[in-house]
Design a protein around this ligand. Structure first.
Ligand SMILES: [Zn+2]
Length: 303
């Protein structure tokens, strides 16, 4: 038997087991495994980070057809995965497209720690909540997570968007796997971050403010040099996110663009020190542009 056949079978089995690790949920992730899922929540943002023993949600998304996106999109996923507790919920800021599921989550999930940014801290009276600000950090299995923004002093001059909690996630022992979640910060905050902090190269980042032209400066993109950018935007939204110039900027940096309005809900999986994905997954309401849930077509549909 040629030597490449076992190797080929091994590759097929590995890919199958990666697929089944999602489809056969619930199953516990291994000690160093991570799932990162950007849900399609229309015009808004919601990203879930899962490790072996921890689940971290960054933003809830808006209401969709009068229902919080977390009730129709996140809940079916977490139910299937056997997740009933969220260890950390971060609400980047108080705008509806990021925070509309707070009351639902508070009712249906056990949340160990809330981190609230912008007006969300004043608007919602929630037990176990803290205001996010630079320097605060926590760990989750093999992850170290820290807030890079805003500053501790509340600043009445700062816009709601610029009050967003910016979260840096580092995978221990893998300096090339940094992830940055940016809420809706503008170029002004991007500039501050570059001036004040030494930021690592990113494996993945969320495009600030859904890829709006007010964010994603050329200098910010070049400094972070992300392999992937997650752009969460509503399909045919009146906001017309992402902005074409911003898309061009990421492309010219050779950053792979992952648009929720084109791909729906997308998951990346970290296994044995390697990233796999993106996988297009089923946990969004069907849209006319989502013809299949097949992994291959997800990759084929990438720009
Ligand atoms: Zn937003």
């Amino acid at each position: 038997m040629p030597g490449w056949i076992p190797a080929f079978i091994c590759l097929v089995l590995t890919m199958n087991s990666l697929n089944s690790s999602f489809e056969d949920a619930p199953n516990k992730l291994g000690a160093n495994d991570i799932n990162i899922t950007q849900f399609y929540v229309g015009q808004g943002l919601s990203v879930l980070i899962e490790t072996s023993n921890n689940t971290i949600l960054y933003d809830t998304g808006p209401k969709v057809s009068g229902m919080p996106a977390v009730s129709t999109i996140l809940l079916p996923y977490t139910t299937r995965r056997g997740i009933s507790q969220l260890d950390h919920v971060i609400i980047s800021h108080g705008d509806d497209d990021h925070s509309s599921g707070i009351n639902f989550l508070n009712e249906y999930f056990k949340v160990e720690r809330w981190w609230l940014g912008g007006s969300a801290y004043q608007k919602f009276d929630i037990n176990n909540s803290k205001r996010c600000f630079v320097g605060q950090q926590f760990t989750a299995d093999n992850l170290s997570l820290s807030f890079l923004h805003p500053s501790e002093q509340s600043n009445s001059q700062r816009s709601e968007n610029d009050s967003s909690c910016v979260l840096l996630t580092l995978i221990n022992k893998d300096p090339e796997a940094a992830i940055l979640l940016t809420g809706d910060i503008s170029k002004r905050v991007e500039k501050n971050l570059l001036q004040l902090l030494k930021l690592p190269k990113m494996y993945m980042m969320s495009a600030p403010h859904h890829g709006s032209k007010t964010s994603s400066s050329k200098k910010f993109i070049q400094a972070l040099d992300p392999d992937y950018v997650l752009i969460s935007a509503g399909y045919l939204s009146r906001y017309k996110h992402p902005n074409k110039t911003v898309v061009r900027r990421y492309k010219s940096n050779l950053t792979q663009i992952i648009r929720s309005d084109q791909l729906g809900t997308v998951q990346f999986r970290y296994r044995n020190g390697e990233w796999y994905g993106p996988f297009c997954i089923k946990y969004s309401p069907k849209h006319i542009w989502q013809k299949t849930d097949n992994t291959d077509t997800c990759i084929a549909r990438l720009n």
